[in-house]
Design a protein around this ligand. Structure first.
Ligand code: SF4
Length: 415
């Protein structure tokens, strides 16, 4: 689709980027990290919709640094679902998908994207790359998009074990993916460009690790919106200078806030862990936490770094190891252990799990996640929220539950 609808979106991203650039230039307090991150998202949006770049629609775990090194603008489709939700225009697209037969029991990230494709709002890709984790629903969506756009798709199948055999099996597929991408784009992978991309990834990883270390401080320099969708979306910029710059900006901003807090300590606040996906449409929950209950979401499950730096001499194996390190793969005990580590290292008072409707990771695992965190004294508030679909969002009910939860953890902290 290279028509009027996509031109409108290109203009929208251009205006957004210009506005953010201006605000960053004018910021006098040095607080620019979130805007710098948003600016890169706007630039990505432009490249995806402009028709000037080679474009790939992908699964969440695709090796974006490798695709960046091959000159392909790529994005996991669920992020488009999140953007559509935050734009406030997602309901009509969900209805479009439902009228076409997509069940409301499925994940609304996927339904939103199919609705957008059916309405001609998704740019036609040059090819697609699906990943069998974190969910096979994403594979089904990409297969349907491949049919819709009549484009070829490559599937990366992640084994359920993260041992060396699994890494070798996946590394061989990544190598084949490179051949597939070359065949679709007519571009070969330049080994020097790949080496540079890996250096950028490792540099960004080190800076992100420093930023997260600062985030663990008491009081934490993190406010609830700072790191929303951060880790998962940063994967799109890995392998580029932009990833390094964004990570450095966050590291510096958190260091500056820690320094300020040392000179002028703020009153104590409750510290929360957010499990899996944030609520993507506009909702008052996070503001309520911040303003009325003196509580901040200081870490997100999806922001943890679970992988080692990449090895420039063995890039495919180290990319495979990174993909296999995600806690959403293999037995649930692994994910629970990672959550416990996160909760302990950030010294959180409680955790919020929105239990995204239609997601086995979100809803299916809720009881086990709650029991696991209870073992280390971290209470979990399970909500029944669809993170993308605002149509059944019941603000009053959620507010009451949030209030009771905060009261309970506040009481146990006082005790
Ligand atoms: S929320 Fe769950 S079902 Fe939806 S894309 Fe993410 S992992 Fe898949």
């Amino acid at each position: 689709v290279r028509g009027t609808k996509t031109t409108v979106l290109v203009n929208y991203f251009d205006e957004l980027a210009a506005g953010l650039g201006e605000k960053i230039r004018q910021a006098k307090d040095g607080e620019v990290a979130r805007r710098r991150f948003a600016l890169e998202i706007a630039r990505l949006g432009r490249r995806l919709f402009s028709g000037e770049d080679k474009v790939a629609w992908c699964g969440v775990l695709a090796p974006f640094d490798l695709l960046n090194a091959m000159g392909v603008t790529s994005c996991f489709v669920e992020f488009v679902g999140a953007i559509l939700a935050s734009s406030g225009n997602v309901a009509a697209l969900l209805e479009e998908a439902e009228h076409a037969g997509y069940s409301t029991d499925g994940c609304s990230y996927h339904r939103a994207v199919i609705g957008a494709a059916l309405r001609g709002l998704m740019p036609r890709p040059d090819f697609l790359v699906a990943t069998s984790a974190p969910c096979t629903g994403g594979v089904g969506l990409l297969e349907n998009l491949a049919r819709h756009f009549r484009k070829k798709i490559f599937l990366l199948t992640l084994p359920q074990s993260n041992g060396e055999r699994g890494a070798a099996y996946l590394a061989a597929q990544i190598e084949k993916m490179v051949e597939f991408v070359s065949a679709q784009t007519g571009r070969q992978l330049d080994p020097e460009r790949l080496r540079r991309a890996i250096e950028y990834t490792n540099e960004a990883r080190a800076l992100m690790a420093e930023a997260y270390e600062l985030a663990r401080a008491v009081p934490s320099p993190v406010r609830s919106r700072d790191l929303k969708n951060f880790g998962v979306v940063m994967a799109l910029f890995l392998g580029t200078e932009a990833a390094v710059e964004i990570s450095r900006t966050y590291r510096d901003e958190f260091a500056m806030r820690c320094e300020r807090a040392r000179h002028n300590p703020p009153p104590p606040r409750l510290r929360l862990l957010w499990i899996q996906n944030r609520i993507q449409f506009k909702s008052p929950l996070v503001s309520l936490l911040e303003r009325e209950y003196d509580a901040d979401v200081i870490t997100d499950e999806l922001n943890a770094i679970t992988w080692e730096p990449l090895d420039p001499d063995d890039p495919y194996t180290s990319l495979a190891r990174r993909m296999l390190s995600i806690p959403f793969l293999g037995p649930i005990e692994h994910r629970i252990e990672e959550l416990k580590k996160l909760a302990k290292s950030y010294r959180v008072d409680g955790a919020i799990n929105p239990c995204h409707w239609g997601c086995r990771q979100g809803t299916g695992a809720r009881g086990l996640v709650e029991a696991g965190l209870k073992e280390i004294g971290v209470p979990v508030l399970n909500l029944e929220v669809d993170c993308v679909d605002p149509r059944n969002f019941s603000e009053g009910q959620l507010r009451t539950r949030l209030e009771a939860f905060i009261e309970m953890i506040g009481q146990s902290r006082r005790n």
